[in-house]
Each structure stands twice: as structure tokens, then as C-alpha cells.
Design a protein. Structure first.
Length: 173
């Protein structure tokens, strides 16, 4: 009887998630974002409250970050972004991280990017017609810093957004 129950458990057990053989792994510096985060920041001079939910997806081959923010002075001023990161095999052009940016501005404002790990975090740059937006992420314990700068054609950087978040409990589903 015990053998039958064990066999039934094996048949019904879900297989372990695993990326396809040969797929570049999501870097540990990206996976450090796993979980839920809450904080505040500045976006183009506006103070915002922000939440992030982040974790592995697609058989652990990709990493998803969902963010939602709201201007503290105007609750109707809301924004959301859905980011995808993946590991890349290093190329002569550099970069070991792939990025995809999509947000509440819709399909006309999506962008692909690339970047690399940095001490304590990672950086991904997305090219838009008017500027290159460089996202710098770093995690130290239960603190997350996410800074976005806009770089013009000459490489001159200007602050765009800067967030300070703390690890939070994830909502129950």
C-alpha cells in the first residue's frame, strides 16, 4: 500500500523548474531583487511612493520586475512598469544582462537594453530616440537602490529617477 501511495505521489508531483540547457543563467546580482519591496523616490522632481515585486519566470531562465508608483502629491498620477531581465553569454560588445522595458505608456515606448553586473548590483541601459536611460540597481541587505539617469548623445548624464526601497512582505495570493 505504501508503494502505491509513493508511486501516485511521484506521478502527481510537478517537475522541478529548470531553464533550457545552454541558456545563460540570470546573474545572482539580478536575483538579489527577488521578493517584494516598498519605498519612496523622486521622478523628474516629483516625490512618489513605489512598490516592486520581483522573481524568476519562464523555467527560471528570466527574471521579472513589476513596479507601481504613485505621486504623493497627486494620487491620480500613477505609473507602472513590467521589466524582464535575462542572462546573456558575454559578447565582444560587452554585456551579460538582457533587459526589456515596458510600462503604462504602452507599446510605443518599449525598449530592449543590455548591461552587466556591478559590485553589489547591476546596470542596464535602454536606448530611446532622445536619450539612453541607464538603470543602476544595487542591493545591500534589506535595502534596494534603483537610480535612473538619462544620458544624451555626448554621454552627459542627468538624474531622471532615484528610489530607495526596503524589503517588504509579499501580499498573499
Amino acid at each position: 500500500m505504501h508503494s502505491l501511495a509513493f508511486a501516485a505521489a511521484l506521478v502527481g508531483a510537478a517537475p522541478a523548474l529548470a531553464q533550457e540547457p545552454g541558456a545563460a543563467a540570470v546573474p545572482a546580482e539580478v536575483k538579489a531583487l527577488t521578493g517584494c519591496w516598498r519605498g519612496e523616490g523622486q521622478v523628474m522632481g516629483k516625490t512618489v511612493a513605489i512598490t516592486l515585486t520581483a522573481g524568476l519566470a519562464a523555467e527560471d531562465a528570466l527574471f521579472i520586475v513589476d513596479s507601481a508608483s504613485q505621486a504623493t502629491a497627486d494620487p491620480a498620477d500613477r505609473y507602472a512598469a513590467h521589466l524582464i531581465f535575462g542572462g546573456k553569454t558575454a559578447t565582444p560588445a560587452g554585456g551579460t544582462i538582457f533587459g526589456f522595458w515596458s510600462d503604462s505608456f504602452g507599446g510605443d515606448y518599449t525598449a530592449t537594453g543590455s548591461g552587466a553586473t556591478t559590485p553589489g548590483g547591476f546596470e542596464v541601459s535602454y536606448a530611446y530616440p532622445d536619450a539612453r536611460f541607464i538603470n543602476r540597481w544595487s542591493v545591500a541587505g534589506d535595502r534596494l537602490s534603483w537610480r535612473i539617469v538619462a544620458a544624451d548623445a555626448a554621454g552627459v548624464e542627468a538624474d531622471f529617477a532615484d528610489y530607495a526601497l526596503t524589503r517588504a512582505n509579499c501580499p498573499a495570493h
